[in-house]
Design a protein around this ligand. Structure first.
Ligand SMILES: C[S@@+](CC[C@H](N)C(=O)[O-])C[C@H]1O[C@@H](n2cnc3c(N)ncnc32)[C@H](O)[C@@H]1O
Length: 299
């Protein structure tokens, strides 16, 4: 199977299925490209997807396409602008290109609510007319005992009706959060980074009831979804770890582990912590993608 990775970011999809042949990855973000290229050998294009022609896609000769388009048009943060949000343009463009080139498989990831959007209704109507079977699955890694909440919609469009998403799982007890934590001596020592990692006392007091706190000694604790504004917004962007009577953010390596990236996944040291948090917050739960698409993306 030859796969094209669209809205590729740092390569959450490529990292989920390392033995899959990725013919090319595309994203508009140069910092994402930096991380991607530090980890994968296949070509990466820093391009605006809405400007790529049908011929460009034909040349890639991929039978499976992966896309994790921006979720802002379908979330509160983007005021649910949906079809009217300019950030939907690239996906609308892809919807038409799929109709023309008919890749055998298309996999999609987005926020919960995407499945009710007008963009998704357009996609479903157009692709169904072209003979695709389109299905969706709402899944969170905590359902299989992984201590990070990241509820998402996964969609599959397939020309072969026998290829299906995996919805089945056994009950599993939660893995302890402390398994992903760095040792204290591995935490950043640089003063500006230290200031970012530790929650300021004034913020801790002001947002006392609103911040999501995780106690490392609680074996059942799960972290909240880490978003691209972790390190920028004090609340609703991810969890804080309790250390004595203080709180700290999860450093990028810990967030990467919570998403399911291996320790070998390179987080380039020339990218600052805020950039890494943003890129990781935009990425995927490899744990969920591997589970839901396990029967779809076979090498
Ligand atoms: C939700 S993130 C997906 C991240 C990716 N799954 C990963 O593992 O890092 C959406 C990505 O789409 C990219 N993007 C948004 N609009 C784009 C466009 N018009 N053309 C190309 N890339 C775009 C963003 O830079 C971002 O990396």
């Amino acid at each position: 199977m030859k796969c094209l990775e669209l809205f590729a970011g740092i390569g959450g999809f490529a990292a989920s299925f390392p033995s899959l042949k990725i013919v090319r990855s595309v994203d508009i973000d140069a910092s994402a490209a930096r991380v991607h290229q530090a980890n994968f050998k296949h070509p990466f294009d820093v391009r605006e997807i809405a400007a790529l022609s049908v011929e460009w896609f034909r040349t890639q000769d991929a039978d499976a396409w992966w896309m994790s388009p921006p979720c802002t048009p379908f979330s509160r943060r983007g005021s649910f602008q949906d079809l009217n949000d300019t950030r939907s343009q690239a996906l609308l463009h892809l919807i038409d290109i799929v109709c023309e080139l008919k890749p055998a498989i298309v996999g999609i990831e987005n926020v919960v609510g995407f499945e009710d959007s007008q963009v998704f209704q357009t996609l479903r109507a157009k692709w169904s007319r072209e003979g695709y079977r389109v299905e969706t699955c709402n899944f969170c890694p905590t359902q299989i005992g992984w201590p990070n909440r990241r509820p998402r919609i996964y969609a599959l469009a397939s020309l072969d009706p026998l290829i299906r998403l995996n919805r089945f799982h056994d009950y599993e007890t939660m893995r302890p959060v402390k398994e992903v934590l760095l040792e204290e001596f591995e935490l950043p020592v640089d003063e500006s980074d230290r200031d970012l990692v530790w929650l300021k006392e004034a913020d801790a007091n002001q947002y006392r009831t609103a911040i999501d706190k995780v106690d490392p000694s609680d074996p059942t604790a799960a972290t909240a979804c880490f978003t691209s504004s972790y390190g920028k917004s004090v609340i609703r962007s991810g969890s804080y770890l309790r250390v004595g009577n203080r709180f700290r953010r999860f450093v990028p390596r810990e967030v990467a582990r919570l998403l399911g990236f291996s320790n070998e996944f390179v987080l380039p040291s020339d990218l600052d912590m805020r950039t890494l948090w943003r890129l990781l917050g935009n990425s995927l739960s490899l744990i969920a993608v591997k589970h839901v698409f396990r029967d779809v993306f076979k090498a």
